[in-house]
Write a protein that binds this ligand. Sequence first.
Ligand code: HCA
Ligand code: CU
Length: 379
Amino acid sequence: MQSVAILDSTLREGEQFTNAYFSNEQRFMVARMLDALGVPLIEVPSPIASPETREAVEALCALRLNARFLAHVRCVEADVEAALATSVDGINLFYGTSKELRAFSHGRQIEQMIADAVPLIRRIRAAGRYVRFSAEDAFRSDLVDLLTIFDAVVEAGAQRIGLPDTVGIATPRQVERLVHLCTERYPQVGIEFHGHNDTGCAIANAVAALEAGADCVDVTVMGIGERNGITSLSGLIAQLYIHHPEQLAGYDLTQLAPLDQFMARCLNLPIPFNMPITASSAFTHRAGIHTKAVLQNPRAYEILDPRDFGLSRQVDLGSRFTGRHAVGHRVAMLGLHLSNDEITVLTHALKARAERGSLSQEEVDVFIQDWCLTSPTNK
Ligand code: HCA
Ligand code: CU
């Protein structure tokens, strides 16, 4: 696989999430943390949105990070000029190409759209900045319309073309097919994918895009965005870690969990329980069969090594499915010495207690200690 760039759009798409509002300090923190992680591209809102937005974009550029800043801008001359008046490294143009968006978003025909986009792309290139053109709602767009526009914008000098699944309708196979078709037709430019999660395929679709030849994938921290969001940074990193680890060579993966935790605080929401890598239970093992194997060799039930992310594994002993190996392990960690038979009896007692409801780690420890104090062998 060619070198793949992660583009983080938390500060643009992410703030379109209904719970999000970022102060400037929070924006700078997100950008700094993304940069420390190793994310190379950060998307920011269009500077024309408001004087405050323009100032925030300027202040972000002034942080002098390794990451490059790309403004997300409509195909409107004033919007492009406002972005060029800032220090952003480049401009991510977008224009709705589906019938639905052409009818209800901007009302333009394909020829008019080309007439709008082409001079703006030339203008951005002449200003010495990077330019990408994205066909909003690409997966509901007529293929002839899509390729007609892409032919024109690539000819005009767009350096990357974007295929957003704006409404989250695509399947991995559809993504693979369209990305493949574009890599064949436009070998001279990069291909970017941006996938919404309306049907739960955002991570799978992003991986399908990369494996079909896309060289850039959009993500956000915790996957936030319009409606229920887009591909999450953690989800994409989990996939790359397993299937394409060379892509993460320049990354400091220990920065990922602090970033998700920071975002959770900004949003006043917990990290979703099913978030890859950073969910509080992502490395917690429970059933006796699992805990026995994991305590012998974590790889038995763990494909991601929590230590690589600065995290640690937990064994949940407080359920009716707990097992004697894990209980024995905890007993030893508590500095207690019990025979195998005693551990078996203790495990039965713990399971019986957990039939009335699960116990926390602290409750399990108290249960073990109390059991030792009162067990017949101590008397
Ligand atoms: C939006 C639309 C967008 C753009 C993606 C892109 C989408 O919210 O403005 O520019 O590639 O999902 O289509 O986020
Ligand atoms: Cu989007």
